[in-house]
Design a protein around this ligand. Structure first.
Ligand code: NAP
Length: 284
């Protein structure tokens, strides 16, 4: 029988524990605050931002939102980030992606002080993760690792196959799994005979953004399958990258979509804001 990993419940438990940490900080006169910047009018981003706001409320983190219009210039965006970098009351800064194509998101991410980079996208934090040093780990990979820890799923010596090599999910996941002593293989759109890799994997983590791409014949019996994907199926229903109903018959552990990795991502963002407020940013 497979265990269905309950990311929603786990995320709730993490938020409850963070609330205690947040209250302790407030008792010391420290008020954690997340500043969120959104540029343009992306409906999916609005949902993500609303969820982050809700999670902040639950944990007791102060929240300030900056909604910039579609015609915002690079100079205006950079100048806002620089202001937020200087503000002592702001513990963490998050730039919601995507942003309009005429803007340079890499420069924007680079401008966010790495000491307030609660998304873990700044090159300094990416580098520190690669070096195995304490840093802000980007929230989705961090959420996946937390799931392994909470469900006592050992990574050491395991064959982990990651599908996808994006900067925000796939690549940081490589480091996170390596840091746990897994043997890591990364597949992407140019990988030939992808199934040959997944078939041998003890753990498959999919982050490619293709509905029901991972099918039962690609998975070995007893494997752990983590589905990062958030997609819409042919009936416009939310689904992951994994053909959940069929794949779950073969796995030892599997995450659903929704209710798997998604809530963990937001919980780990809250974790990073508390970590930043708790003087961590100054120690970097
Ligand atoms: P992305 O930037 O579009 O990257 C997708 C990756 O998948 C790329 O590396 C791409 O390869 C690879 N890929 C695409 N088609 C493939 C195929 N047929 N076979 C093998 N590899 C393939 O996406 P992302 O931002 O990482 O997001 C991936 C998925 O995770 C999306 O569904 C997104 O919505 C979801 N997501 C969920 C959360 C969460 O909190 N649960 C957070 C972030 C993202 P190339 O590099 O060769 O193009």
């Amino acid at each position: 029988m497979t265990v269905i990993i309950d990311g929603k419940e786990l995320a709730k438990k993490i938020r409850q524990n963070l609330k205690i940490d947040c209250d302790n900080l407030k008792n010391k006169g420290i008020y954690p605050k997340l500043a969120v910047i959104m540029v343009g009018d992306n409906p999916a981003s609005k949902v993500y931002v609303r969820n982050k706001n809700k999670a902040c409320e639950e944990v007791g983190i102060e929240y300030e939102e900056f909604l910039l219009g579609e015609n915002t210039t690079q100079t205006q965006l950079i100048s806002l980030i620089e202001d937020l970098n200087k503000r002592d009351d702001v513990s963490g800064i998050l730039l919601q992606s995507p942003i309009p194509k005429n803007l340079d998101i890499n420069e924007a991410f680079r401008t966010i002080s790495y000491k307030k980079d609660v998304d873990g996208f700044h090159p300094t934090n990416v580098g520190k993760l690669a070096l195995g040093q304490d840093t802000f780990v980007s929230c989705t990979p961090y959420g996946v690792i937390k799931m392994f820890e909470e469900y006592n799923i050992e990574l050491e010596g395991k064959n982990v196959v990651i599908l996808g090599r994006s900067n925000i999910v796939g690549k940081p996941l490589i480091q996170c799994c390596l840091n746990k002593n897994a043997t890591v293989t990364v597949c992407h759109s140019r990988t030939k005979n992808l199934k040959e890799y997944t078939k041998k994997a003890d753990i498959v983590i999919s982050a490619i953004g293709k509905p029901k791409f991972v099918t039962a014949d690609m998975i070995k019996d007893g494997a752990v399958v983590i589905d990062v994907g958030i997609n819409r199926d042919e009936n416009n229903k939310l689904c992951g990258d994994v053909d959940f109903e069929n794949v779950k018959e073969k796995t030892s552990y599997i995450t659903p979509v929704p209710g798997g990795v998604g809530p963990m991502t937001v919980a780990m963002l809250m974790n990073n804001v508390i970590k930043s407020a708790n003087n961590f940013g100054k120690m970097l």
